[in-house]
Write a protein that binds this ligand. Structure first.
Ligand SMILES: [Zn+2]
Length: 277
């Protein structure tokens, strides 16, 4: 037996973590898991909103329900507003969670590496001079009062795919041939005289089943581009575009389909007006 391993008689060991810290960690864990439950709930609400919207869009497109475009626009706007509120809650919860992890790291760092003994008890004591509640309050206040807060929330909401889709649909219902605000300077968007083309660039027929290339954002009629690509990888047929495409780079473009449907419905309504004058 080595002498060095013999415990110092004066060194009265206490548990590795003081009861105070253990309690703190327990409280912390309970708080985090409650927030995680809420985040899970928010995600399931988001999924069900997405399903409702998909069903609704499928219905109005399938049934050509465009006689009352005002109603469709209101549906989009109401959903957009609820979605925004939900995303803001999600943003706040995620921030809280980030703070919670910061707290956990902080606690782990503050607790000295060595087991607590009478000789380093003061160090333990000093490490806990800011209580958990004080720390959380301070960090949450910092977050709430951050001058960047509104900008960060805006960015967070805007980068959500579902929010983008709904916002774009609400826009397209009003202005079916206008480029989206963020598309106005995009060279890949097929436009003529500031108006979005609703025609397939290869067949020049109005889109029936538009698909978008995820490589270059060009939109094509599904059957036409599939016939062109077959099972090969080819250069995008749009003049000047060097994108290399294969069938699996194509995604159905619901927004373009909505543009076509709304445009046609508006034209029919205009024709009807002219006839009745
Ligand atoms: Zn292209």
């Amino acid at each position: 037996m080595e002498v060095d391993d013999t415990p110092d008689m004066l060194d009265i060991s206490v548990p590795r973590y003081l009861p105070m810290s253990q309690e703190t960690l327990k409280t912390f864990s309970a708080m985090v898991s409650a927030r995680e439950d809420n985040l899970g709930r928010i995600d399931s609400i988001l999924r069900s909103i997405k399903q409702d919207i998909d069903k609704y869009v499928e219905f109005i497109i399938g049934e050509n329900m465009f006689e009352n475009i005002g109603y469709t626009r209101d549906f989009m706007i109401v959903n957009l507003q609820s979605l925004e509120r939900i995303l803001i809650s999600k943003y706040e919860l995620e921030n809280w969670k980030a703070i919670a992890f910061e707290i956990r790291n902080n606690l782990n760092q503050q607790i000295p590496e060595d087991p607590a003994t009478l000789s380093n008890l003061q160090q333990y004591h000093d490490a806990n001079d800011e209580t958990l509640n004080e720390f959380i309050r301070r960090r949450v206040d910092e977050m709430k009062n951050s001058p960047e807060k509104d900008k960060n929330i805006r960015e967070y909401v805007n980068k959500n795919d579902l929010y983008q889709l709904l916002k774009n649909m609400a826009f397209v219902i009003e202005k079916p041939t206008d480029p989206l605000p963020e598309e106005q300077d995009d060279d890949d968007v097929a436009m003529a005289g500031g108006v979005i083309s609703l025609k397939d660039p290869m067949s020049l027929h109005t889109f029936k089943e538009p698909v978008k290339s995820k490589k270059c954002d060009h939109v094509f009629e599904k059957s036409v581009i599939e016939e062109y690509l077959r099972n090969e990888i080819k250069t995008c047929p749009v003049a000047g575009c060097e994108g290399r495409l294969a069938k699996f780079d194509l995604r159905s473009d619901d927004l373009m389909l909505l543009r076509v449907k709304v445009f046609e419905a508006k034209q029919q309504a205009d024709d009807f007006e002219i006839e009745t004058i």
